[in-house]
Design a protein around this ligand. Structure first.
Ligand SMILES: [Zn+2]
Length: 259
C-alpha cells in the first residue's frame, strides 16, 4: 500500500536553518518517527501562519506533505511554547544545549520514544524554577543511556574490580570509571571524587523525582560539569569523525562503482 501523501506528528523543533529568501529547513524530534526534517515555506515572511508555531524549542502538532527529497510542513499548532525558556537568556542557552545534544547524537528516522519523552520532560523541568544544573546532568546521563553510551560506573572499566570509595578516575576513552591503580597507566583521565561518583550513579539509576531531591554544592557541580563535558565532547568528536569517514567511504564507493 502506498504511504499517504500527508501525515501528522507531534514534534519539538530542535534546529532551524535558512533556505532561500523566506523558507527554513526545520529539524523536528518526534515520538514515533525519530528525527525528521521539513521545509517550512514562507515562514520568514511577516504574515506567515506557520511562524509562531514552529519557533526553535517549541512543542507542536505538525502536518507534513511527503516530497521527493524533503517533506514540506503544511500546518502546525503549538502544544507548548515553553515560554519561560524564551524569556531568560540562561534558560534559552540550556534548552539549546539540550536540543543540540539530541540533534548530534541521533540519526534521521530512527525512532526512540523514550528519548522524545526525555527531551519533553527536560524542557518542562527547565521551565520550572529548580536546580538547572541537576536537570542538565540528569538529562545527559539518560541521553547517554538512550543513545548507547551508558558510562560504566559500578566497576573499573579496565580490571573489572568493584570500585572502592576512594578517588577514582573517569576515562572518556574507556567509557567509564577506572580504579586508582588502572588510572595511573591511562592518559586523559579526570579525577572523580567519592561524592561525584555517588551522584552520577544516583542520576543513572533513579527516576527524576528521586534524583531531584539531591542538593549539590558548587564544587560538586563543577566536578560533574568537567567529567560530563569531557565525555560528551569525546563521544561527539568520535561521532563526527565516523560520520565524516562514512561520507568518504560512500564517495569512494560511488567513484569505483561500475557505471
Ligand atoms: Zn582497575
Amino acid at each position: 500500500m502506498p504511504k499517504p501523501r500527508t501525515y501528522q506528528t507531534e514534534a519539538i523543533v530542535i534546529k532551524k536553518i535558512k533556505l532561500g529568501e523566506a523558507d527554513r529547513i526545520l529539524t523536528l524530534y518526534t515520538p514515533n518517527l525519530g528525527k525528521i526534517q521539513g521545509v517550512a515555506k514562507g515562514i520568514r515572511r511577516p504574515r506567515s501562519k506557520l511562524a509562531g508555531h514552529l519557533e526553535l524549542i517549541t512543542h507542536s502538532q505538525v502536518s507534513l506533505a511527503r516530497g521527493r527529497n524533503l517533506d514540506t510542513i503544511i500546518g502546525s499548532q503549538t502544544i507548548d511554547s515553553f515560554l519561560p525558556l524564551k524569556s531568560d537568556l540562561w534558560l534559552t542557552s540550556c534548552a539549546l544545549y539540550v536540543t543540540e545534544l539530541i540533534n548530534q547524537f541521533t540519526a534521521d528516522h530512527v525512532e526512540n520514544y523514550l528519548l522524545f519523552q526525555l527531551l519533553l520532560e527536560t524542557m518542562h523541568r527547565l521551565c520550572q524554577a529548580g536546580d538547572i544544573e541537576l536537570v542538565l546532568h540528569y538529562f545527559e546521563l539518560h541521553l547517554l543511556d538512550e543513545v548507547g553510551y551508558r558510562p560504566q560506573l559500578q566497576q573499573c572499566v579496565s580490571c573489572h574490580s568493584p570500585l572502592k570509595p576512594a578517588t577514582n578516575a573517569f576515562s572518556p576513552v574507556s567509557g567509564g570509571v577506572l580504579c586508582p591503580n588502572c588510572s595511573r597507566s591511562q592518559f586523559l583521565t579526570y579525577s572523580l571524587s567519592v561524592n561525584a561518583l555517588k551522584v552520577l550513579r544516583l542520576f543513572q539509576n533513579s527516576d527524576y523525582n528521586t534524583a531531584s531531591r539531591l542538593k549539590m554544592n558548587p564544587a560538586l557541580s563543577d566536578e560533574l560539569d568537567k567529567v560530563m563535558s569531557h565525555y560528551l565532547e569525546y563521544l561527539l568528536e568520535r561521532e563526527v569523525k565516523s560520520a565524516a569517514w562514512l561520507g568518504i567511504l560512500r564517495e569512494q564507493a560511488k567513484q569505483t562503482a561500475p557505471s
